[in-house]
Design a protein around this ligand. Structure first.
Ligand code: SF4
Length: 268
């Protein structure tokens, strides 16, 4: 049925099991992409390019960074329609991205071991240590020379330290690092690009212990059990607003039909 899981798949299953099924098992096409996803993806691609240039000793200009960001943004527009939030304008988001890149370029940068490093490690039982027969797949955004894992995020409101401390994805990455490099990471730094009126970049340090790894493995095992048992519980929340499947989801389809009927009766 499935041969791997990623941290984002596990997170999606926990957020809404039905969306996980639509996206990863049924592989239904997405009729649109949210502006938040497009923005995050364009920023990630630009940062990856920036760090690759640094590693090869090339000089990076701000203009070139802007070009990479814009090119990635527009290439995503070719594949899918972008859904903007109310009041959001494409040009404002592009300008915000450029402003963030300007701030980032001016910051101090540590020596880099690698960027966009793929990993595949076995998932094991948190109690027996036996392999579950399924791999954990993912990418490290960046690993610094001293062994610090760096994860880039974009957010509308700055992430808090407690938010970062409880992120399952970071426990997964710390677990993967330990298996790949046969030693614990030096630490984890989340670099949060905050899409505020005045954009800013906030770096938050965190770390993970063996008990966090076991907690992650326990969660992954339960999620795997749910998937194998065909349990895909829909879970409504603020995330439904940006869900690409809201037109077919039984939880929101009915509501839309009801709203249309209500607006029609008001119009009559
Ligand atoms: S609309 Fe909400 S409940 Fe339905 S699949 Fe999407 S996220 Fe899940």
């Amino acid at each position: 049925m499935i041969d791997h899981l990623s941290a984002s798949q596990i997170n999606l299953y926990l957020q809404c099991g039905l969306k996980y099924k639509y996206q990863y098992l049924d592989q239904l096409p997405k009729p649109f992409r949210s502006s938040a996803l497009v923005f995050g993806s364009a920023l990630h691609s630009t940062l990856e390019w920036f760090h690759q240039q640094r590693m090869s000793g090339s000089t990076v200009t701000l203009e070139k960074l802007y070009q990479i960001f814009d090119a990635d943004w527009y290439s995503q527009r070719i594949d899918a329609e972008i859904h903007f939030k109310e009041g959001e304008k494409e040009m404002n988001l592009l300008n915000m991205g450029r402003e963030m890149l300007t701030i980032y370029l001016q910051q101090e940068h540590h020596k880099v071991k690698g960027c966009e490093i793929p990993f595949t490690v076995p998932l094991v039982s948190s109690t027996t240590g036996d392999e579950l027969g399924i791999a954990l797949l993912g990418f490290f955004d960046l690993i610094e020379e001293d062994g610090t894992i760096v994860e880039f995020k974009t957010s509308a409101i700055a992430l808090s330290a407690s938010d970062i401390d409880s992120r399952l994805q970071l426990s997964a990455y710390s677990y993967a690092y330990q298996l790949l490099y046969r030693k614990p990471s030096k630490g984890i730094r989340v670099v949060d690009f905050v899409k505020a009126k005045k954009p800013k970049i906030v770096a938050i340090e965190t770390e993970r212990t063996k008990s966090d790894h076991l907690g992650f493995l326990h969660t992954a095992q339960e999620v795997l059990h749910g998937i194998k048992s065909n349990v895909f519980v829909p879970r409504q929340g603020f995330w439904c607003k940006e869900c690409e499947y809201s037109d077919i989801c039984p939880m929101t389809k009915g509501k839309k039909a009801m709203m249309t009927a209500e607006s029609l009766s008001v119009a009559v």
